[in-house]
Design a protein. Structure first.
Length: 223
C-alpha cells in the first residue's frame, strides 16, 4: 500500500488523542514529502545532521510539521538542534537539561522536552532507571530551568518479536508517569507519554501512550 493509505488506516485506528510521529531515520526526501502530503504533522529524527539536511531538502514543507528529536542528543549538537527541533524527547540527566536550558536561553527560546526512561534497563540504551526517585529528581531540577518545559516521559523499551512482552515495560513507565504527574510540580505540564513503535503501538496505547513513533508501519520496510 501507499504511504497515503498506510497513514489513513493508522489515523483511523489510533485514537484522536494519540499523536502519530513519523520516524524518518534513513527515509528519503520523497518518502517524507509523501507522508506530509498524506497528513502527517509530526516528524521524528534520530540525528541532528540528518534532520538539518532533510529540512533543507523539504523546503517550505518542512515548516508544515513539528520536528521531534528522538535520538540521543550530544552536547556539541545542542545549538544546532535548537534551530531544527520543536521538541527534544531524550533528556536523561540534569547536566544535559542544563546544557539545553543555557543554549535555549541564549536563543531566547523555550524548548519542550521529555524525560527518557530506559524501561528495560538495557546497557546499550540511554535513559534513566525506571524508578520514581531519579525521574522525580530530574523533573524537579528541570522545572526550575525557565528555557525548557518538561512535558512528560519517553521510553523505547526492549524489543521483542511478540509485542505483548513489552507490556510490563510500558506499564512500568506509565506508572512512573502518573506518579510524577500527580505531584503537580510547578512549571511542569506532564501530559505526554511517548512510547510505542510500529510493532508495539497497540500495546503501548492500551497502556496509556499519548504519542507513538512509527516508521515501518507508515513507510514500509527499509531497503
Amino acid at each position: 500500500m501507499s504511504i497515503q493509505q498506510n497513514y489513513e488506516i493508522l489515523r483511523k485506528e489510533v485514537p484522536s488523542h494519540v499523536t502519530i510521529i513519523a520516524a524518518v531515520k534513513t527515509r528519503t526526501v520523497n518518502e517524507v514529502e509523501r507522508a506530509i502530503d498524506a497528513g502527517v504533522v509530526d516528524v521524528g529524527e534520530n540525528y541532528v545532521q540528518e534532520a538539518a539536511k532533510l529540512r533543507e531538502a523539504l523546503g517550505e514543507k518542512a515548516s508544515r510539521v513539528r520536528w521531534h528529536m528522538i535520538g540521543h542528543l550530544q552536547t556539541n549538537k545542542i545549538n544546532k538542534a535548537l534551530k531544527i527541533f520543536d521538541m527534544i524527547q531524550t533528556v536523561d540527566s540534569i547536566e544535559q537539561a542544563e546544557s539545553i536550558h543555557r543554549r535555549a536561553a541564549n536563543n531566547q527560546k523555550v524548548i519542550p522536552v521529555l524525560i527518557e526512561i530506559n524501561s528495560g534497563g538495557e546497557l546499550s540504551k540511554s535513559g534513566l532507571k525506571p524508578e520514581d526517585e531519579p525521574v522525580e529528581h530530574l523533573v524537579r531540577a528541570a522545572a526550575k530551568m525557565k528555557s525548557i518545559r518538561v512535558d512528560g516521559i519517553m521510553t523505547m523499551g526492549p524489543l521483542f518479536e511478540n509485542p505483548e512482552r513489552m507490556r510490563p515495560y510500558f506499564r512500568k513507565t506509565r506508572n512512573i508517569f502518573q506518579r510524577i504527574r500527580s505531584l503537580g510540580i510547578e512549571g511542569v505540564q506532564f501530559n505526554t507519554l511517548s512510547m510505542g513503535m510500529s510493532d508495539s503501538y497497540r500495546v503501548a496505547i492500551e497502556e496509556g501512550s499519548t504519542m507513538i513513533r512509527v516508521g515501518t508501519l507508515l513507510f514500509g520496510p527499509r531497503y
